[in-house]
Design a protein around this ligand. Sequence first.
Ligand SMILES: *Cc1c(COP(=O)(O)O)cnc(C)c1O
Length: 338
Amino acid sequence: MSRYEPVDSPDETTVFPYHDLTPPEPGDAYEAREIVRRYLPRTPLVRSEALSAETGADVYFKREDTLPTGAFKVRGGVTLGHRLPEEFREAGLIAASTGNHGQSVAYAGREFGVPVTIAVPADPNPEKVAAMERFGAEVVATGADYDEAREWAEGRAAEDGLRYVHSANEPDLVAGVATAGLEVLEALPAVDRVVCPVGGGSGAAGYCLTTGAIGGAEVIGVQSAAADATYRAYHEGHLDPAESATTEAEGISSRVPFALTVGVLRDRLDDLITVPEEAIWDGVRDVLAAERILIEGASASAVAAVRSMDDVAGETVVVPVTGRNLSTEKLRRAVAPP
Ligand SMILES: *Cc1c(COP(=O)(O)O)cnc(C)c1O
């Protein structure tokens, strides 16, 4: 069987023989830590005075926005790039992304000297596209939404023998992003709860394997009510695509749940909840106003969730600031008076 012919996938996406769907274990995060610390700085864990005052909890932001790509995913990108088998280095990597996964893969491509192609949907976040190109990737706008761009990239991978970097069915990405949870454990051993945005679920899976499984924290995932495919997969126990994903927070707007991450979440995540789309944009505006931190809608879903919880007073809560790459246009809309 060729390495470049798709094989049956338990979900609606395409996987290739080199995609190992064995769920990562906590030990894999420690191994990834040895890689990640060579390429990326440890990110700060900083108390949010405004959210703590508002909720009565001790709320800490894990500042993943301070990474060089401005989002947590690059931890996974460098882990995968470091381990990339020789056979793929010349042909290169291909991925579909609304932006931050693409920046992560593009960053890894530059770091390890591997060519990178990223498929983005029509009407992409222009600042994210510019960043991917700055990291040296070829960016191709194709398809009406993320899932159409994904199908195009999967086809190209099969035709041209490229290494398709799935946004979730990649143990190296999950283990890599899980290193954020290990850093949280080192900085703050007694965390009661981690509240993490969920798109494909790699970030939340990483916290489950570390702050959750090792540190004993409760890990709660959050989706927008306007893009709840993973929420349904988690609660209903299937991998059926949702009919639509209409959130404006492109970092969490996947329509299709993914086998590897949903498996980890069903095993280890304590709960997955949704927040209304409007609460996300209130979160962007208020975190900017009160903390002077620019966060993406995807990241603000977790802020909205913490604000909606009536049982967090007295707890120590960690909210990962998963990304800062909000488009200028969405920033304008978020701060404009209604
Ligand atoms: C990708 C992304 C998420 C969601 O992460 P998943 O691992 O897909 O669940 C959240 N926030 C930002 C900023 C992202 O880029």
